[in-house]
Design a protein around this ligand. Sequence first.
Ligand SMILES: Nc1nc2c(c(=O)[nH]1)N[C@H]1C(S)=C(S)[C@@H](COP(=O)(O)O)O[C@H]1N2
Ligand SMILES: [Mo]
Length: 192
Amino acid sequence: MARDIAARVPPGQYATEKWPVLHYGGIPRFDPTTWDFRVFGLVVEPLRLTYDELRALPEVTITCDVHCVTAWSRLGMTFEGVPVRTVLERAKVRPEAQFVMVHADQGYQTNLPLSYLQADDALLAWRADGQDLTPDHGWPLRLVVPRLYFWKSAKWVRGFELLAKDRPGFWERNGYHMHGDPWKEERYSSPW
Ligand SMILES: Nc1nc2c(c(=O)[nH]1)N[C@H]1C(S)=C(S)[C@@H](COP(=O)(O)O)O[C@H]1N2
Ligand SMILES: [Mo]
């Protein structure tokens, strides 16, 4: 058992029972009358959903391990929400699209390959470990992409921009890796 757990902790990480809160800037206030979720860029049908419309989509529960680049890993978390794939299918992603810029409140952005968002374990989540997300963990909606470092899992997420070419987001412009696979320790980009 202990060995199984050890095998789930990527190199340079340690497992913690706590769920740390990490973000840049403040915690945005949620206003359901103005909140929307948009899918735009290289899509056939740009999408704009209200919070109620998003919450009405079929929901799933996933169990996953979360890895933060600051070295903590939290194993066996559960998240409830809508598979990202569901909203991408509605917007009809164009074949040229290869990357996604994730947009969140207060200008936070993070980039990732489209394939991670089309996988079964990518979620737009509103509950974690059986409880509604607290505002500091991203209420009313956060992205969960467990196979990349957690900075790609934008809290207070508001939209996806489909792109043909990769473009750096907030942390990626500040030295973090464009890809961010914890198993390859893709923490920072090399400066040359
Ligand atoms: N909108 C937004 N999302 C964000 C961040 C941020 O600064 N702003 N920080 C990221 C980072 S660096 C991490 S490690 C995780 C932390 O999520 P948690 O506070 O729920 O543990 O959120 C990510 N999502
Ligand atoms: Mo982080």
